[in-house]
Write a new protein. Structure first.
Length: 448
């Protein structure tokens, strides 16, 4: 058996919460978790409610306790995914009872800023501010899910190199799961971090990093040397990752994004065959401003003109759309850096009607918004109304229609122009097409 004794009144609700919810959670989890046996009452000897729990075999995780961290990272990721799938009806919403684990990181912005001011001569404060802003600018937009709230080595048990149990659910609640992934920087190295975060979208990764950053900053000079050393290690991992991305991957040029199903990344020359499959299909390219590619040589030229040249620029957004399961390009999506900031895409037809482009589009739109683009536009042929569904799914609104003698295919097309403004100037409309083409008008466009 194990006894849990709250160290102060703020921790008493955790005992009662565990007694109510852990038996329910245990029914839906494949790994053993803490299991309350009884609750003790306050007395003269001890002033708070306390609990007795079943003992779980295993030792707290450490680098010495596991020889294969990649395997452990995948096991822990799978456990958290399993936890997040459990029904949340009536569950405690993130808040004061669990120190806002699962709630917005903004609640700790003051602490982060104070720490950065205090340690400005010791730490790269501006870099950490950039990462903090990335974290708080991202929001969890899905229904709340179960969170453990304190995923840390002391609460994870291992046996024979495998995760065998999880304890101390006092911080549990429902909300944004990002807080449960801070261990990506507090414990895992760069390689194994990727396995742990493999199922997360970029926004959740940014917020998870934010949780790790907050905790490390406020414990950077902790009186407990072990805690302070871990804080320093965490900050070193975070800044090493930042610097590597800043040098090895231009954060303003097609930074890798992840969504629930997709990886959005740069095309490489290793993707030419995949790109050819996209470009050669006549039906896929019917509404696109080029002719279908005939061979790999044409695909190579297309890659150099449309991708390699853009990747050499300071800022660009030219993505391969890949499924997470194999990281193989099945389409592309882009936002141009010219004045129109044109949004466009293409997708192999066997993947149509699955919401893939809308999912990719939302991620790219979120990225260009973060990076400061004032607006984006998009146009679609009136004869291709399904494109309007993608544009609306990404938040864009219809503005006007114009007729153009379309090149290089050289036939007349009526284009509908959509726009999304990011800088608060909601009345702005990009008028170049309207002014350039004589035949222009505004339609009543159905949202169906």
């Amino acid at each position: 058996m194990m006894v849990r004794l709250p160290s102060g009144p703020d921790y008493v609700p955790q005992i009662e919460k565990e007694a109510k919810w852990l038996p329910f959670l245990a029914k839906h989890l494949s790994l053993p978790i803490s299991k309350p046996i009884a609750i003790g009452k306050p007395s003269e000897d001890y002033p708070f409610v306390w609990s007795v729990n079943h003992y779980l075999e295993g030792e707290p995780v450490s680098t010495a306790a596991i020889s294969n961290q990649s395997c452990f990272a995948k096991e822990l990721s799978s456990f958290l995914s399993e936890l997040q799938r459990i029904d949340t009806t009536g569950a405690p919403v993130a808040g004061k009872h669990n120190f806002f684990r699962g709630a917005s990181l903004e609640v700790y912005s003051f602490q982060v800023e104070e720490a950065l001011k205090t340690h400005k001569n010791k730490l790269p404060a501006e870099k950490f501010r950039i990462l903090w802003e990335q974290a708080v600018s991202s929001k969890w937009e899905q229904p709340p899910v179960w969170i453990h709230g304190d995923v840390a080595p002391g609460n994870l048990l291992v046996k024979n190199n495998h995760l065998c149990g999880v304890i101390d659910f006092g911080m549990m609640g429902i909300g944004d799961p990002a807080c449960d992934y801070a261990m990506a920087w507090t414990f895992f190295n760069e390689k194994d971090r990727k396995f742990f975060l493999r199922n997360l979208d970029q926004g959740t990764i940014d917020r998870a990093r934010g949780w790790a950053l907050w905790k490390a900053l406020i414990t950077y000079t902790d009186a407990d040397n072990i805690i302070a050393e871990n804080a320093k290690h965490t900050l070193d991992e975070i800044i090493s990752e930042f610097d590597k991305n800043d040098q090895g991957e231009n954060r303003m040029n097609t930074p890798t994004l992840k969504t629930e199903r997709l990886i959005l990344r740069k095309f490489t020359e290793n993707d030419l065959e995949a790109l050819f499959l996209i470009l050669k299909d006549e039906e896929v390219n019917q509404f696109l401003p080029w002719y279908p590619a005939k061979n790999l040589e044409e695909t190579q030229r297309f890659y150099e003109e449309q991708y390699a040249s853009k990747y050499a620029q300071p800022q660009a957004y030219a993505y391969a759309i890949c499924l997470k399961e194999d990281d193989y390009p099945i389409g592309y999506i882009k936002v141009d850096m010219e004045e129109h900031h044109d949004f466009g895409y293409g997708l192999r037809k066997e993947f149509w009607h699955r919401g893939i482009v809308s999912e990719a589009g939302k991620a790219v739109v979120d990225q260009v918004r973060k990076d400061g683009l004032p607006y984006i536009t998009a146009t679609h042929d009136k004869n291709n109304p399904r494109s309007a569904h993608v544009m609306r799914a990404c938040g864009m609104k219809y503005c006007y229609t114009y007729e153009e003698q379309w090149q290089p295919k050289n036939f007349p097309v009526f284009f509908r122009m959509y726009q999304l403004n990011f800088d608060g100037n909601d009345d702005r409309v990009y008028m170049k097409y309207w002014n350039q083409y004589e035949n222009h008008f505004i339609e009543t466009v159905s949202a169906d």
